[in-house]
Design a protein around this ligand. Sequence first.
Ligand code: PMP
Length: 435
Amino acid sequence: MTLIDATPDTSESARLYDVARQYFPGGVSSPVRAFNGVGGTPRFIVSGKGAYVTDADGNRLLDYVLAYGPHILGHAPQVVLDAITETASHGTSFGAPSEHETELAQAIQGFVPSMRVMRFVTSGTEAVMSAIRLARAATGRDLIVKFDGNYHGHADAVLARAGSGVATLGLPDSPGVPAAATSDTMVLPYNDVDTVRSAFAEHGQRIAAVIVEPIAGNMGVVLPVPGFLEALRWQTTAYDAVLIFDEVMTGFRVHPGGAQTLFGITPDLTTLGKVIGGGLPVGAYGGRPDLMRQIAPDGPVYQAGTLAGNPVVMAAGIAVLRELARPGVWQRAADATTALAEGLVREAAIAGIDLQVPHMGTMLTPFFSDRPVLDYTAARASHTRRYSAFFHMMLDLGVSPPPSAFETWFVSTAHGEKEIDHTVRAAAQAFASIG
Ligand code: PMP
């Protein structure tokens, strides 16, 4: 079903979607899934294995959504399924500590050494919310600096000029967020060192924290220019503010040790999610012990969760990280990503289409743009209608990209040469028809 196709959609997905719309806003549990960014009817997915998902009409689709990032080993890897079933057979939750938490913490620290003390939560949103509370408590200041087009979950304080579903929907903000909740949030342009410098020169003594996607993924993949992250590290240190790297998306994806390892810049706090839960609900925040020890019950900063550190989730995460630690495994997905990015650029050039494909590790985004995309303004200036047409062509050819021009494409270790070749050939056909 393409954008311009006016014939009624008689698919099983369309029928299921009509029913779902009676029960859920937009028929979905999270906005971007409703296809508002590209038009058309979302596919209902019934199963996934490796690089593929199967929809309710029996179409097998080569998947680049991968649950928006968690499935770095592809869908339903046997090691994760085994860990889930084995752990769940002993009980699903106890509201008491279990050794699984320690094991996952040790595995995480093996990849991200700056996370010396951490806490598990149940989503990336919660991880960010908690890290910000801690930064404010530790500094005794209220002001938070974030960047235009960076998404940090849907907590009030960071729902100002965010990316992700908010970018797709074109909502600069959300009704229901009290003005007071974002009045202490300063939004600066991404990759602009000068505005960071002047913000600190003017307000440095009031800034509790700078939070940043060290490689942006929620306005599509946007790489930091050399010197940007260094400036954030330098300014926060100079003014005793807390530097928070939100690696919910980039963690284990742009490099096994996240963006901080890739660039050699150590934040004070890191937030994680997605990959560390093997596709089950999870988040984590952690970093400097002197900060993290201020969290209850060691310290006065309150933060809690009934299902935090859930043993089944922990076991799934441990299984993923164990697999990623095996030599060559992560690199396979990164090599596939590079091959895909290069293939897309090559085929677009042949078709005479302007395309930028920023990529790092296992993440990429094709922007229909004639100039490099370095900030939210440039991302929004890309040709989003062309992305929508491309998206629907790809879907018709059995490839499932994310349903928004501002989302990241994720690649897994299950995306082999055959899958990348198929994707590049489908893209060549799509470019030819939309050009
Ligand atoms: N931070 C970043 C960088 C993210 O990409 C996301 C989710 N895409 C979040 C925070 C929020 O995570 P969650 O959806 O698990 O609440």
